[in-house]
Design a protein. Structure first.
Ligand code: B12
Length: 154
């Protein structure tokens, strides 16, 4: 029987406030494309969801995407201005799909891992710094379902 292809949803969360330069804030960060390209190259069913482009109710848009995609792993690219939307989505995700693995990466979790883990126990993993190699090397650990670890603790 064919092995089930893992479904990955990569998310660019929405900023809390309308930013000074709206168009800049809606762009998907290039780093997330790097992570996505690597996953696709390795045969994962990968999609990017840009919540920063959602006109209203980004958590509602996220929930709809979950219903359609049913991802195994949900990974957020997080900066300080969009971290609360990432936290809200992680909470919603664990209610809807408790088995989904939640990963945070990007500039905010790199420096605020303890803060984010403490306000959001729904986060399973935080990848610090550049993600391509770390995220990939951590894949076996993600699949074992270990929790409460950051990439620098391994
Ligand atoms: C270029 C840039 C932009 C461009 C982005 C163009 C694009 N399409 O990517 C523009 C001008 C649009 C922009 C906009 C903004 N930016 Co900007 N930007 C940068 C800059 C100078 C470089 C980012 C970059 O491309 N690096 C190269 C890529 C490959 O690296 P990376 O993004 O860090 O991604 C790697 C890791 O972070 C990690 N990673 C990232 N996401 C994830 C997700 C997962 C799941 C994993 C595992 C790993 C992972 O792996 C990636 C690959 O190695 C940085 C400063 C800097 N020197 O880093 C600021 C910076 C990222 N920006 C910042 C901010 C605040 C913003 C805005 C919110 C500003 C605004 N207008 O309100 C918006 C947000 C838009 C957005 N969603 O990206 C801050 C973030 C601060 C923080 N701690 O949160 C930074 C750090 C600048 C600063 N010092 O203040 N930005």
């Amino acid at each position: 029987m064919a092995k089930k292809q893992q479904r990955i949803l990569l998310v660019n969360p929405s900023c809390l406030d309308p930013r000074i330069s709206g168009e800049d804030a809606r762009i998907v960060p290039m780093g997330l494309f790097y992570i996505g390209a690597q996953l696709m190259e390795n045969g994962f069913d990968t999609k990017i969801l840009n919540l920063a482009g959602a006109e209203e109710d980004p958590v509602g848009v996220f929930k709809k995407a979950l219903e359609i995609r049913k991802p195994d792993v949900i990974s957020f690219s997080v900066m300080n201005p969009n971290r609360w939307n990432a936290v809200d989505c992680a909470r919603a995700a664990k209610k809807i799909h408790p088995e989904a693995i939640i990963v945070f990466g990007g500039p905010a979790p790199t420096f605020l891992s303890e803060h984010l883990f403490s306000v959001c126990p729904e986060i399973d993993y935080i990848v610090k710094g550049e993600g391509e190699i770390t995220f990939w090397n951590s894949w076996p650990r993600l699949r074992q379902g270990n929790r409460w670890k950051t990439s620098r603790d391994w």
